[in-house]
Structures are given as structure tokens and as C-alpha cells.
Write a protein that binds this ligand. Structure first.
Ligand code: SAM
Ligand code: SF4
Length: 411
């Protein structure tokens, strides 16, 4: 008979012990609360899977698109503002992605990290670990240039990458300008700071989506990853945002609570959904957590993710080409640019800082590094032309291995 963990047993380190436990890599952030061998397949585990997994399936994507927010976003980006230009750019992207070296379109997704400073110290994040590029914040002039250059073509502008966006005053000015220019705007925030002085700016800016990263429902579990954070403050802030939105009668910002699932917090998935919805979230999403050891080894894209079905850390094994170099650009506070969300060091950069304060997104998008990377993935070009950081990336090493073991072309 299967073992069912009752609520009182959840989280108890002793609840799941007692059976022979298979050795699995301990990459998590503190000792596991449940031994996978004992909990896997129980009714409790299945219920957690039911809650978390449909959200990443095609059914969820369809439901997401047909949701109130989804329809609003589609209308906003394809009908209301620069519709014809955006559609044309998007169609060009769909036809050329993973094929061309020189992109005949602008990046459909753009991230602009106006500051890479943060109030927390998450151990799986380069910023939280004090690693990565020099810390700094951008001025509005740089943001305006980027917005002007991408507003007619990009599907959305995310104002975050390696920092806490809502603690930066320039971010609100930039978001407001981006909204005026017809862009769909998104931030991801830890929301673990007193929000009063920023509330007015959040609503004034017209921001569309706020993703609230909150990885637990109780302080002891939450702070294993969100070091320095306060879970009660996060839920209190979420409530305040919802109350103010209702009071103002605004549709936006949409409030999207996000839980990153690790071995230490997976048992709180259900409670998280209940708490977040009760506090006013419009939707709840789950993402599997990445192990932070890629920062220690200096290998981009390397590492493990926590697999909820197996309740284990699983080594990532990239299949196929990296698609990021056709899809998104990540601009930093000084105008330097990365090609993907995993880049965090100087050697990962696809473009250096805009020392004269001028940035040209179109020129970066087809510069030598972008062309070398697309040539590598689309045509089997040399990996030695890639930035040093990319040469360590698992997508690249997997592709190099594939190419070296491919059977020779018949004569
Ligand atoms: C580096 S954070 C910056 C934005 C903001 N500070 C935050 O935490 O939401 C960007 C995104 O990465 C996610 N993230 C952070 N650590 C992660 C991990 N170990 N695995 C998966 N996603 C992670 C965050 O939840 C967030 O959505
Ligand atoms: S809150 Fe976000 S930026 Fe800050 S350390 Fe955590 S993941 Fe990194």
C-alpha cells in the first residue's frame, strides 16, 4: 500500500525516512525535507504534480492564451499598437529562426536590465552570490534609445535580468515610456521590500505584468532560497497591489505569482497556490529550480534542475540547437548585451558597454558574435569564433560532440 503523507507530516524531516535511500546529488539549498524514494508516487506527490505540471503543458498554454490577460496581450501587441509591423517582424522571425546567420528581423523579445543590484542573496543566482559583472544602474537616456529602437517590432519588453527591477526609480520612468510607445511590459520581482514608496509609481507607469517570485509559504522554507527575504512581507505586498488595483479599477498590472520548485519546497506547492490566490494573484505558475553550481564551475547553461516527477536533481542535457540567438536580446545597465538569460560574466557578452552612451540594437543583433553563434548552430561553423563564455555552454559542447560523432557524408 502506498504511503500517504498527511499534512501534519509534510515538511517533517523524519516523516519520509526509514527506507533504503538511493544516493542522489545534493545540489539543493539545505538538506532535503523528504527522501524521494519514500515519497515518489504517493497520493500526496501525485496531487502536487497535478497542480504544478499542467501549467507547463500545451493545454495550459492554450488556456493561458485564452485567458483575460492572454487576450489583452494579443490584442495589445498585434492589433492596437504597430500591429502590422509587429506581425511582419514576427512572421520573418518564424521563417528565419534556426536557419539564418544574418537575421532579417529585429529580436521579438527584449530584456532590459536597468540595474543588476538586488536586496536578496539567492544562492542559485549570480547576483545573489555576488558574482558577475560590475554592479550599476542605467540612466533613462539608454532606456529611451532601446525602447525607441524596438517598440515597433518587439512582442514584449522585460525590465529584468540580473537585479531587482522595482527598486530602481529609472525603471518606472522607462516602463511608462515603453507603455506609451505601445510595448507590452513585464517585470519579475522578489517583492520582498517595503512597497509603499513605489506603489504610486507602479500604477502610474502602466506596467502590464508583475511576476512575483516567492518560493514558499513559510519563512523557514522560503528563506532557504530567498536569503534575506521576508515571506509575510511578500504576501502583504501582493495584497496591497491587488487592493490598489481594485480601488483604481485598473486591469493592469496582472499579478502572476511564481514559485520556483526545489527539493526543499515542493511540498508547499498546494499551499502556495491557495495563499497566492487568496492574496489577490491572478494566476499561479511553477518553474523548476536550477542548481546554482554552474556559477561555481563557470559553465554557462551547465548544471542540474529539480525534477518534480522524480523528486531529484537531474542533469540538464541540452537537445538540439540553442534558439536564444534568434529570439531574444538581453541589454544590461551599461548598454552591454548578452544573448541569453544564463550569461552573467564579461566573457559571456555579445556586445560590450556603450561607452559613448549610444546603443544600436539592430547592429548588435547581427554583430560578429551573433553571426558566429548562428553560423555554429545552423551551419556547423567553428565554435572558436564564439565568445569565451559560450564555448563552455552545454548547448555548444553537446553540438560539438554531435558533429564529431556524425557519420561522414556519402561520397
Ligand atoms: C535573476 S531573477 C531577477 C528578477 C527578480 N529579482 C526575481 O527574483 O524575480 C530572474 C528570474 O530568475 C528566476 N530564478 C532565480 N533563481 C532561479 C533558479 N535557481 N532556478 C530557476 N529560476 C530562477 C526568478 O524567479 C526570476 O523570475
Ligand atoms: S531576488 Fe532575483 S536577482 Fe535577487 S538574488 Fe534572488 S534571483 Fe537574484
Amino acid at each position: 500500500m502506498e504511503q500517504i503523507l498527511e499534512p501534519s507530516e509534510r515538511g517533517s524531516p523524519t516523516a519520509a525516512r526509514g527506507s533504503a535511500v538511493k544516493e542522489s546529488p545534493r545540489i539543493g539549498y539545505g538538506p532535503a525535507l523528504h527522501e524521494p524514494e519514500t515519497v515518489r508516487g504517493t497520493q500526496f506527490h501525485r496531487r502536487m504534480l497535478d497542480i504544478a505540471l499542467p501549467r507547463t503543458s500545451w493545454r495550459f498554454s492554450l488556456r493561458d492564451k485564452l485567458s483575460r490577460r492572454g487576450m489583452h496581450k494579443l490584442f495589445h501587441i498585434f492589433v492596437r499598437h504597430h500591429g502590422a509591423r509587429r506581425i511582419a517582424n514576427f512572421v520573418r522571425y518564424l521563417r528565419q529562426r534556426e536557419r539564418v546567420v544574418e537575421a532579417g528581423y529585429m529580436p521579438p523579445l527584449v530584456a532590459l536590465d536597468l540595474s543588476n543590484r538586488c536586496n536578496l542573496k539567492c544562492p542559485g543566482c549570480a547576483t545573489g552570490l555576488g558574482l558577475g559583472r560590475v554592479r550599476g544602474s542605467a540612466g533613462f537616456d539608454l532606456a529611451r534609445q532601446v525602447i525607441d529602437q524596438v517598440s515597433g517590432t518587439a512582442l514584449q519588453l522585460g525590465f529584468f535580468h540580473w537585479g531587482e527591477p522595482l527598486l530602481n526609480r529609472t525603471a518606472y520612468q522607462a516602463i511608462e515610456y515603453a507603455v506609451e510607445q505601445g510595448l507590452w511590459t513585464v517585470v519579475s520581482t522578489n517583492l520582498s521590500f517595503p512597497i509603499d514608496r513605489w506603489l504610486h509609481a507602479i500604477f502610474q507607469s502602466g506596467l502590464h505584468d508583475i511576476v512575483i517570485s516567492c518560493d514558499g509559504t513559510t519563512q523557514d522554507v522560503y528563506e532557504r532560497y530567498r536569503k534575506g527575504g521576508d515571506v509575510e512581507l511578500v504576501f502583504k505586498n501582493l495584497k496591497r497591489l491587488r487592493a490598489m488595483r481594485d480601488e483604481l479599477g485598473q486591469r493592469t498590472p496582472y499579478l502572476r505569482a511564481k514559485m520556483i520548485v526545489f527539493e526543499h519546497n515542493w511540498h508547499q506547492i498546494e499551499e502556495f497556490r491557495e495563499r497566492a490566490l487568496a492574496a489577490g494573484a491572478d494566476e499561479v505558475t511553477y518553474a523548476f529550480g536550477y542548481g546554482g553550481e554552474s556559477y561555481q564551475t563557470g559553465t554557462n547553461g551547465g548544471g542540474h534542475y529539480f525534477d518534480l516527477t522524480r523528486l531529484e536533481w537531474v542533469r540538464k542535457s541540452p537537445a538540439g540547437a540553442c534558439t536564444e540567438v534568434w529570439k531574444e536580446i538581453f541589454v544590461g545597465h551599461d548598454g552591454a548585451a548578452f544573448s541569453c538569460c544564463l550569461g552573467y560574466r564579461d566573457e559571456d557578452l555579445f556586445a560590450g558597454p556603450a561607452d559613448d552612451g549610444q546603443i544600436d540594437v539592430a547592429a548588435i543583433w547581427n554583430n560578429g558574435h551573433y553571426r558566429a553563434s548562428r553560423r555554429f548552430f545552423a551551419e556547423g561553423g567553428p565554435s572558436t569564433d564564439l565568445p569565451k563564455g559560450c564555448q563552455d555552454c552545454e548547448f555548444v559542447t553537446a553540438q560539438v560532440e554531435l558533429q564529431s560523432t556524425a557519420p561522414a557524408e556519402p561520397q
